[in-house]
Design a protein. Structure first.
Lengths: 402, 68
């Protein structure tokens, strides 16, 4: 075995390739390294790791004019894990970040071992404050990108089923949101069938866990709609719901999704991709099931209207029929009266043509022995004749004939 | 009356009869015959309406009974 070992080249910015020789001392069958050699070797190994971004809160910032570097501790706000960071003082001062304890930063750098003390730390190459403002800006960029892809387009939104066979509910196992959704659904539509998928809704694992639960619920039969509910929380708490993967998963979900995450003011991006968004978990419940009582009342009113409408139609027909019947009854009498009047008229004309009417005009009828006298030749003087007038008559004797 | 007509058909025929009678064009014999027919149609229509009303009452009371 060779007593020397070749370790990789240092890949720092602009450094030339160099090899580190780590020499071991052999004591019979035991190979031993000096502290310096060990540190050198580890340092060399660490320097081969890639440069990366690390996020944390600044604490214990130490800066002295006589030091070449500025030191601070980067702390993970979630679990308190700590990481020492060093940065060249001139570079740090040049950024004019005016950092205070607790400020959130993104550090770009690579792991480093301070060989003299065997201290592991992150050598910062760049440093950026990453406050809410920067965060919002990053989210805004993501939002623009997804919007440009059409993920939030209104025409992509699907309608929610009127009465879903089964409802999927993605929620944390924390009581509030789940309870709100379930109580409201049960109050509105007692027969509703809800399948609850409990998952992480907070922390770095949340986005992946929610995606997984969403997928699992979609594979269940008869799921017609899925509610993703989380009862509000801080800006950081809601970050998983703006995760690009989750936003895409919601947009791609085969059944309509209703989200009830967070508040009105800072909308998580998943709300924009959902088919419907609710301001609270109980509002989401109101969107996915109809209110049974309200439904029954409307049905009742419709039935009432049906009955009233039918009765009105019947009344109208009845009145119409009665009017027609009255006309029917009147018609033959009118006809009869008209017939009678015509008869009277005819009788009048008949009477007008009778001799009586002629007598009325001043004529007289002369009869001799019952026969009408039409010629003077049929009578002789002294003959008795009867004279009929319009009114009455008299007997007379013929004086002479002409 | 063979082949009972529908309510609407009976009503239409009744109205035609009334119209003909009112116009005075029908001779007396025909008028009498028309009147008789009209009365038949009137009774038929009224029976239909009575039956419909009975059915409405029946449905309404059944709906009332079904209320929770």
């Amino acid at each position: 075995m060779l007593a020397t070992q070749r370790l990789g080249s240092i890949t720092g910015r602009g450094t030339s390739l160099s090899r580190v020789k780590v020499e071991a001392i052999d004591y019979g069958d035991r190979r031993v390294y000096s502290v310096g050699a060990f540190n050198r070797g580890v340092a060399s190994w660490l320097s081969r790791l890639p440069t990366i971004w690390v996020e944390g809160e600044v604490t214990e910032l130490r800066r002295q004019a006589r030091w070449a570097s500025v030191f601070f501790t980067l702390k993970d706000p979630a679990d308190g894990a700590c990481l020492g960071v060093s940065m060249p003082r001139g570079q740090f001062d040049g950024l004019r970040l005016d950092l205070a304890d607790g400020d959130r930063v993104h550090v770009y750098g690579r792991p480093e071992l301070y060989e003299a003390k065997g201290e592991f730390r992150l050598r910062a190459l760049s440093l950026e404050r990453f406050g809410i403002g920067e965060h919002l800006a990053a989210l805004e960029r993501l939002k623009q990108k997804l919007a440009a892809e059409g993920l939030f387009a209104p025409e992509r939104k699907r309608g929610l089923p009127f009465l879903p066979r089964r409802i999927g509910l993605v929620t944390g196992n924390e009581a509030a949101a789940k309870r709100d959704v379930l109580t409201t659904i049960t109050a509105r539509f007692p027969a509703a069938n809800v399948l609850v998928g409990e998952t992480y809704v907070q922390g770095p694992r949340a986005a992946g866990a929610v995606i997984e639960t969403l997928g699992a619920l979609c594979r269940e039969p008869e799921i017609d709609v899925i509610v993703v509910a989380r009862g509000g929380g801080s800006f950081e708490d809601l970050l998983p719901f703006s995760d690009e993967r989750l936003v895409r998963a919601i947009a791609a979900c085969p059944v309509p999704v209703v989200t009830a995450v967070g508040h009105e003011q800072d909308t998580p991006l998943c709300d924009l991709a959902a088919d419907a968004r609710a301001s609270t978990p109980s509002m989401a419940a109101r969107l996915v099931v109809p209110d049974l009582t309200d439904l029954l009342q409307r049905l009742d009113r419709a039935r009432g209207g049906l009955e009233r409408g039918t009765r009105r139609t019947l009344d109208r027909e009845r009145r119409g029929l009665e009017r027609t019947h009255e006309r029917l009854e009147r018609a033959p009498r009118l006809l009869l009266e008209r017939g009678r009047a015509r008869l009277e008229h005819a009788a009048g004309r008949l009477r007008a043509l009778s001799p009586h009417a002629t007598l009325e005009r001043g004529y007289a009828i002369v009869r001799s022995e019952g026969a009408i006298v039409r010629s003077s030749a049929t009578v002789e003087p002294g003959r008795h004749v009867d004279v009929e007038l319009a009114e009455g008559g008299f007997g007379a004797r013929v004086e002479e004939t002409r | 009356m063979t082949d009972a007509p529908t309510f609407e058909a009976a009503q239409r025929e009744l109205e035609e009869i009334v119209h003909r009678l009112e116009s005075g064009e029908a001779p007396l014999d025909e008028a009498l015959r028309l009147w008789q027919r009209g009365e038949e149609l009137y009774r038929l229509c009224r029976d239909r309406l009575d039956a419909a009303e009975g059915r409405i009452e029946e449905l309404a009371s059944r709906a009332e009974a079904a209320k929770p």
